[in-house]
Write a protein that binds this ligand. Sequence first.
Ligand code: 4AD
Ligand code: MG
Length: 477
Amino acid sequence: NNRIKIKTLLSGDAAGQQVTVMGWVRSFRNNQFIALNDGSTNNNLQVVVELGQLDEPTLKRITTGASLKITGQVVESLGKGQKLEVKATTLEILGDCDAEKYPLQLKNRPSLEYLREIAHLRFRTNTFGAIFRVRHALAFAIHEFFNKQGFVYLHTPIITASDAEGAGETFRVTTLPFDNPPRTAAGEIDFAEDFFGKSTNLTVSGQLEGELGAMAFSEVYTFGPTFRAENSNTTRHLAEFWMIEPEMAFYDLEDNMNLAEAFIKYLIGYVMTNNREDLEFLDQRLAEEEKQKPQAERSEMGLIEKLEFVLNNNFERITYTEAIRILLDSPAYKKKKFKYDVSWGIDMQSEHERYLVEKHFKKPVIVTNYPKDIKAFYMRLNDDGKTVAAMDILAPGIGEIVGGSQREERLEKLEGRMHDMHIPTEELNWYLDTRRYGAVPHAGFGLGFERIVLFVTGMTNIRDVIPFARTPKNCEF
Ligand code: 4AD
Ligand code: MG
């Protein structure tokens, strides 16, 4: 099989060569011009069949969605929009596609909502082709970034016995029968009889295990799926999402922020260089979508312009206390535009976060030193006794994309916090050992992978940047 991918063909100088291409028909005009796509690029290859070359039944089978194998000669194209095309010498139909039934056989551009219903086919559209090539590139760039800096990629477990965030949003993993499970003397389900001999769940974060790795390798990261049974049906939440969590020994909060900012910029820079074509397509798509909105609601910058801006400007850095002050002083607050009230101690709602990044600073913002009562047990207590060394990165159009902190490395303080939050220390003895044996200051963060894909692609619904979204009441594919 000496097949050449369409992207390679179109970007090279193959004129005069004999090639084999395979792909799916995007359109067929005048019984002569086939637009063929193989997913390597949104640019279709024009394949020309000579009039009279194919019999009538074969011509009828060249429908949108059908798969073809074509051999032919690469020639300079006379048509506009492409440099090269292929003159077919042989054409084989690999798989027919019933034009009457094919869900993507549409005259108008299908809506994103409609495509979500046929997520098993939507990869074949230009929009999703571009999105998932960019998603792939970002995943690759993540490994490249950390590998270059000597981080060790640590595979943290999917099944755990802990709830790292202590938020009680875990999916349980069990092999116990639903009808008549074993019970303890007290009548409760007896997880001692379960597969692992205890109650287990899908991980909400690989951080705790990441910390164990950092205490040996100095710098590690995990990148894998995480699961949260939070019942928030929003455009920013998934029940199954991917997270990147670096964890670094000898880092304080500022080192952590510096790494997170450099990391995000690296990812953006990577796709700007390597996925230009797809970004230009998505930029155009977004511009068309924006045109449908009333003038006042349109974003000021195009997608590529926004990415360039983020690359070339420092993230704003403010404390939580400053953020609350800005919100209280804002016209939005004074005119009662916020749905949720603002006061020191609140867990900022997305409307507040978006005000800060979109209206006030107009750039990504790192908010630090949150009240301890709204943050996880492992964050380092500040000297004021009220706040912890946390940092969240908020991005325009999205809100929170990163959550991180310097960790509490002092055993008594950590145990005290766990006690206050009713987290049993016995079950996390393995974790506490890192504070007993050679503890060091350390820090880390979690970047929501789909959130950064949203940001880079300019998409607005998180269901559109993961191949198969899991959200409340939805596990179709
Ligand atoms: O802020 P979170 O909950 O932090 C942690 O899990 C820490 N253990 C990370 C660490 O310090 N190692 O989640 C981190 C990020 C959020 O900022 C957000 O981008 C993303 O994960 N995230 C979600 N993305 C999609 N759907 C959800 N339900 C998400 N929940 C969090
Ligand atoms: Mg968070």
